[in-house]
Design a protein around this ligand. Sequence first.
Ligand SMILES: [Zn+2]
Length: 329
Amino acid sequence: MIIVLFLIFTFFIAINKSTESLAALQFNPPTATAYNGSIGMVSFGFDHAFANQLLAVNSMAKYNFAGTIYVIVTKIDKNGFMTQQNLTNLYNMGWEIASHSMTHTKISDPTSDATLRYEIVNSKEMLIAKGFCVAGYVSPYDKITSKSSTYIKSNYNYTFVPVNKQNTLYTITNDGAKYGFPLVLHHMSVGNTRVINNFDTAKKQIDSAIANKTWLLMNFHGIDYTANGYSTKPELFTQILDYVKQKYDAGQLTVATQAGGLGYCNGNSNNLVQKNNNCGGAESCSENSNNVVQLNEDCSGTFSCDSNNNNIVEVSDGSVEILDTPVTP
Ligand SMILES: [Zn+2]
């Protein structure tokens, strides 16, 4: 009898354990959505979808934070890289999947249209076929040519331009102008020899995002113990994450995916970077033609639009420009 009771007891413990781990997996995303310049924001990006990023990614998920994975499509399921299942699990927890091309080819001016189409357009199509909403394109080696920009802007909602600085509403809508991009982001690279290479440099940027209400995108490569200049030690990642969590809990910053920060792919059908709520809602703002930038004409598929079929970004008045103060290094 005692043995039977003991067995029943251990059975219930086991059930409880598995319910606990299931509950831990349920993603309850922070309510933060589009960046609007009223509070600092932090995003975590993971370059190349390396398998060694999974521990870091999981510790973010435990805090209910979601980040962005830059996937090289032909590397999915390959040794050393995340699997399709990894990506699907993350996506289902609110993570963003962005394209980092098909093969990570370094492009140059003579690169053929066929190659550009393959790397930029086909990579997106394949990610969509795998079930992901895809808003962003991350150019390998930060290399953008005028020809590649044509493919990027007609297929994606946003891309990166290569300067290590934080984002403001002004930079988001203006810094891509020389490539003809209506919407761009800057990231800050983290790694042994990168611009953020220890806790102090990370903390300075996070504090700056809080103080200036800017949007800091930290871009991680390998999370490992190698001396590779692009690698970050797991302990440093944890230290950075815990600091962000502390500031998030204190209500000093928000955390979002990059697409989420721009209002894409997170159930938010308004593709807006909204400066403020003074217009009584996004759509009434969009009636002010000064505030509207057309991003593209395609409102189908991933290019969700507002009820006026406008992909809008508010740029508007001088106060936006004031936000573009230099970020202290
Ligand atoms: Zn890369």
